[in-house]
Design a protein. Structure first.
Length: 255
């Protein structure tokens, strides 16, 4: 049964699984279309436009379902010591990025968002560490620097020719080493319609790259008010949720 998200993940209470079909990403960093970032007043949101086909994910625990990319957004705090939504063995990371997808069996995100199998959210922990920028993540932060005012947006490829602004996701071994469970959106109205994929290993970026997010304004009338602590606290389910860890993936079949 689905639970409210986020949850605290502990390896002692989950099932480790080997030989899962590989999780497949298609088109997430292809250099086509237009990537835009927007300051919504609650987060920084990345979307794609002018593409023949939106990126999609299939395989793994998704069975025969295909999930189409809708948007990417971020959660963070006022310090580097917290900011993520899920925790892993009690560890809190500086940020958590959510790549939101909807099931292709539905017309669009709006139709899918309250269906039991409607949404897939892929979560990446992001950890501030030192002063050396992560080059791949810089493709995001360069755009965020120019959308500090609320409700402003920018084309990421026009800023830095970085249409592949999701390439930092590929720093992970994406086919395996992730946790999955049935949960909810972490923003209102908290529909329990989400299959979560949460990668174990964090993406390491510089402290300055995380600080860029804290400069985003949250109020049109008061520029001193910034978006901070835009994460939901850990939820306490009535019973332990069924969480699986894809420890290894089957090798791809040879043609």
């Amino acid at each position: 049964m689905p639970v409210q998200s986020p949850i605290a993940i502990s390896n002692r209470t989950i099932e480790h699984v080997d030989d899962v079909d590989p999780l497949e990403y298609h088109g997430h960093w292809e250099p086509v279309g237009i990537a835009r970032v927007q300051n919504t007043g609650t987060s920084a949101v990345v979307t794609f436009a002018k593409r023949k086909e939106q990126p999609y994910i299939k395989g793994g625990y998704l069975l025969d379902n295909k999930y189409i990319f809708e948007q990417l957004h971020f959660h963070w705090a006022d310090t580097d010591e917290s900011g993520c939504e899920h925790t892993l063995e009690g560890v809190k990371y500086s940020m958590e990025a959510h790549a939101v997808h909807y099931n292709s069996k539905y017309k669009d995100f709006t139709e899918a968002k309250n269906k039991p199998d409607g949404l897939l959210v892929v979560a990446f922990f992001i950890q501030a560490c030192g002063d050396k920028d992560c080059p791949e993540f810089k493709k995001i932060t360069e755009g965020i620097r120019i959308v500090q005012k609320i409700h402003t947006s920018a084309s990421l490829d026009s800023v830095s020719k970085h249409i592949d602004c999701l390439s930092w996701i590929g720093l992970q071994e994406l086919s395996k080493h992730y946790y999955t469970y049935k949960g909810s959106l972490t923003t209102a109205p908290y529909f329990e319609s989400v299959t979560w994929i949460i990668y174990r290993t964090p993406i390491y970026v510089s402290r300055g790259q995380v600080q860029v997010f804290r400069n985003l304004q949250s109020c049109p009338k008061d520029e001193s008010k910034k978006i901070v602590n835009n994460y939901r606290e850990i939820q306490q389910p009535h019973k332990d949720p069924e969480v699986y860890f894809a420890r290894n993936a089957k090798p791809k079949s040879k043609l």
